[in-house]
Ligand binder design. Sequence first.
Ligand code: 0O2
Length: 226
Amino acid sequence: MELVKNRVLMEDLEKTAKTFAETDEFVKLMTLYRCAIMEIETKLRVLDAEFSLQYDRNPFEHIESRLKNPVSIVEKMHRRNIPITVRDMERELYDIAGIRVVCSFIEDIYKLADLLVEQDDVLLVQKKDYIVSPKPNGYRSLHMIVDIPIFLSEGKKHMKVEVQFRTIAMDFWASVEHKLKYKKQLKNQDEVIDRLQKCASILSSLDDEMENLRLQIDMDEENGRE
Ligand code: 0O2
């Protein structure tokens, strides 16, 4: 019964999302979020270029960006009892524009994040540090919501963007967990959860070890120069 109810609800949400996404207002707002992503991506790429000169390594491995899809938007608004209007969507959802920055080292995550929010036109709205405090399932990442201005012909507009910073190890875990999570009716759900937590813990130790290795190499290089 519950499964049928969920399927009917999902079909309703998909229909609502389709109509909602076809409105001019929605299309316009999504274009503005795309511009906001471009702004933040440029800022991160500039920092990457400068950082690589200073520290002789690139702070991030790669960047991905995405606009939240209309079904996810409508599902989240429904879940949070937010009226399905473009104005409420802009006011209440902070993760419509999303950027994921995948770094090699944890230290680089914090350096990059600090350098980004120190910029005059970037305002930090919210920070969730799932590296210091991982989620109970083992998920780790640094999430920041930032507000940035974009400059349009009709003037300046402030937009919110979610930036997720992760190491390669955190990204590996999150993408595998994401795939497994969507497999329906797992037979040994508890065992899977337990094993995923163990994987998260192994990957966390791996990140620490890689960080120590880098510190050691940097120190050896410095001593060699003296
Ligand atoms: P999509 O499809 O990219 O939009 P929410 O869970 O969204 O209602 P909140 O507070 O916005 O609430 O979430 P939070 O904790 O800041 O993180 C949301 C995003 O972080 C998710 O996006 C994922 O990208 C990632 N994330 C958070 N927790 C997990 C997790 O346990 N496993 C994995 N694999 N990713 C996670 P959406 O909205 O799910 O996806």
